[in-house]
Design a protein around this ligand. Structure first.
Ligand code: KG4
Ligand code: ZN
Length: 332
């Protein structure tokens, strides 16, 4: 039996979790509201907010787990990729805490953590290897082939913007606030997804590109606004539904192709955008069509959280893969 304290601070969420083996005892997340007024994450403000949040968040995670500091067997932390100033807060805290406790440190890759969130115990079936995972977040868009917890091949990636970034930018164009993903998801439910058509680019293999979709959305709206300054306001729901359908369709088409080509019968989604209701339902539909199994994470483990860092740490702890205290964070 192992008790692991995990820390995540790669972007704008300060999170700490306690796991007993593969079960989550607590998962505390402090989201930073300060960025909303700027329409995106301001790195300098993010690291400052992490500094304010880290101790109360860790304290709450330990208390909610019903353990004492002395019960912790190892401290896991996100080493990268992410914003340097943000990472430094979590990395430094984890190092000091582990040193003070005299316990080992475990470094975790943020993207691997998103994917491994599917192995958090929930009393439900977990993916079996090999499986395909579509990792979609604000910073990343990748099609991954997992042969084991740590044998992960990247089959495709975005050559420019990430899917979440494209969704957030579309929301920004419509003045829907930041982050726009959840707002687009909500408004899209009342709209007609076939109202407008936005072309998707032809990109080699399993790679993606989202900058063209964003630009065609921008130009489309610019032209319509010339005819009717209230165009966005009047057609908000249809615009959200249409752009969401375009992005989700593009994402899943390539993931489906990757599963067919690699003869894999299980497909998972992970990362912040996997909270999107259309992506979740469309994945289920495609998997049903092929008689594949779909794996959709619970909402709490979609966007950034420390429980996913905890599960990745758990597998490394079992292998005795500890990190040296001198390890610096990495941004990419
Ligand atoms: O994984 P995450 O929390 O942070 C990164 O590692 O980037 O992902 C954040 C992204 C944002 O772009 C946000 O708009 C998007 O996930 N997102 C959503 C939804 N919830 C969060 N996108 C679409 N629909 C949602 N319901
Ligand atoms: Zn993330």
């Amino acid at each position: 039996m192992s008790i692991i304290l995990a820390i995540e601070s790669s972007c704008d969420d300060t999170s700490a979790a306690v796991l007993q083996d593969n079960r989550v005892l607590s998962n505390v997340i402090a989201s930073q509201k300060v960025h909303e007024q700027y329409g995106g994450v301001v790195p300098e403000l993010a690291s400052r907010a992490h500094q304010q949040n880290i101790i109360p968040v860790v304290d709450a995670a330990i208390r909610q787990a019903g353990i004492g500091k002395e019960d912790i067997d190892a401290v896991g932390f996100t080493r990268g990729p992410g914003l340097l100033g943000s990472l430094l807060v979590g990395v430094s805290f984890a190092k000091s805490f582990a040193t003070a406790l005299g316990k080992p440190l475990i470094e975790v890759n943020h993207l691997q953590a998103h994917v491994l969130s599917h192995f958090i115990y929930r009393g439900e079936p977990m993916p079996q290897f090999p499986f395909i995972c579509l990792l979609v977040s604000g910073g990343h868009t990748q099609i991954l082939l997992l042969r084991s917890h740590f044998d992960i091949e990247c089959l495709g990636t975005t050559i420019d913007d990430a899917a979440g970034e494209a969704i957030d930018k579309a929301a920004k164009i419509m003045d829907l606030g930041y982050p726009g993903g959840p707002v687009i998801d909500r408004l899209a439910k009342e709209g007609n997804a076939d109202a407008y058509h936005f072309a998707t680019p032809h990109i080699e293999g399993y790679n993606y590109s989202f900058s063209g979709i964003k630009t065609s959305f921008l130009y489309f709206l610019r032209d319509r606004l010339k005819e009717d300054p209230d165009f966005i306001e009047k057609h908000k729901a249809d615009l959200c539904a249409s752009i969401q359908k375009t992005i989700v369709g593009f994402l899943l088409k390539k993931a489906e192709r990757a599963a067919i080509d690699h003869k894999v019968r299980q497909v998972a989604i992970a990362g912040g955008v996997s909270a999107n209701s259309l992506l979740r339902s469309e994945l289920q539909r495609i998997c049903q069509k092929h008689h594949w199994q779909a794996f959709v994470p619970p909402f709490a483990f979609c966007t950034d959280n420390a429980a996913m860092v905890g599960i990745a740490s758990y597998y490394k702890y079992q292998q005795g893969e500890y990190a040296d205290i001198s390890l610096p964070p990495y941004t990419r």
